[in-house]
Design a protein around this ligand. Structure first.
Ligand SMILES: Nc1ncnc2c1ncn2[C@@H]1O[C@H](COP(=O)(O)OP(=O)(O)O)[C@@H](O)[C@H]1O
Ligand SMILES: [Mg+2]
Length: 263
């Protein structure tokens, strides 16, 4: 399944992941996963808990090796790109080091990657903090920031690697709904300016519709791709778009599709 007509950038072919292979009760988490994402696209993964969204994201980021299959990014195997420090990851928990200042946290992964031999351009920490709306907070410690601001810092830390792709696993799930909506709007603005290819896991259908060029619907046991749904809303996506009938129709359609899948 190819999303859009453009040339694939992330390419996932015949990927299977089985946890505990060789054990008494192996779990087949992903089966027969095939899809491709064009460069610069924003793609969301949606599906019931346990359908393999995190597993798929981790496989694309080479945080786990698929049991079989092939994943390339811009023609380079994911593992090779990971070694070069060019994959940015943001999880639900910002996981900032509490004793480091925000600017040191933003620099941290870049420093670690460089120390293990990756050749990365030095990050413009000031510019990144400005981009994520944390200008002036570089000298603060994580505990002095709200949850939303810590999420922004985690995003800046991932972007400091100048990643070829950005993988986000429910990055705003721990935030209250108002902050979460605001982060979605901010992420759109940031995506429009850095134009990275993004794979984004979310439980929120509205968030997926608002952010994505395409939505990958997954089903569990074993995790498979059920459908890929293009989102034809124009860009730039503006906050007020979420109040239109067209937007509500798309969210309702996605909801129906999810119910059909789970029936
Ligand atoms: N480290 C692991 N060991 C064994 N089973 C796992 C592990 N991680 C995930 N699983 C199983 O793999 C399936 C997919 O999990 P996951 O990718 O976390 O789904 P999702 O992110 O969609 O909720 C689930 O059945 C889960 O229990
Ligand atoms: Mg998950």
């Amino acid at each position: 399944m190819i999303l859009g007509s453009a040339e694939p950038f992330i390419s996932v072919e015949q990927v299977q992941v089985t946890y505990g292979q060789g054990s008494a009760e192996p779990v087949q988490a992903l089966s027969d996963i095939n899809f491709a994402v064009p460069e610069g696209a924003f793609v969301s993964l949606i599906g019931p808990s346990g359908c393999g969204k995190s597993t798929l994201l981790r496989a694309v980021g080479d945080l786990l090796a698929p049991t079989s299959g092939r994943i390339t990014i811009g023609g380079t195997p994911a593992a090779e790109l990971r070694q070069k420090g060019r994959i940015g990851v943001v999880f639900q928990q910002p996981n900032l080091m509490p004793w480091l200042r925000i600017e040191e946290n933003v620099r941290l992964l870049h420093r670690l990657a460089s120390e293990s031999g990756a050749k990365l351009p030095p990050p413009d920490v000031e510019g990144l903090l400005r981009l994520v709306g944390l200008e002036g907070f570089g000298r603060k410690r994580p505990a002095q920031l709200s949850g939303g601001m810590q999420s922004r810092a985690a995003l800046a830390r991932a972007l400091a690697l100048d990643p070829a792709i950005l993988l986000m696993d429910e990055p705003f799930a721990a935030l209250d709904e108002i902050t979460r909506d605001r982060m979605g709007i901010e992420l759109m603005r940031i995506h429009a300016s850095f134009r990275k290819t993004v794979l984004f896991v979310t439980h929120s259908l509205a968030e997926a519709v608002f952010l994505s060029d395409s939505i990958v619907l997954m089903t569990p046991r074993p995790g498979r791709i059920a459908r890929i749904i293009p989102v034809d809303l124009p860009r730039p996506r503006l906050p007020e778009m979420r109040l239109t009938d067209e937007f509500a129709r798309m969210v309702a359609e996605l909801n129906r599709e999810l119910y059909r899948m789970m029936a």
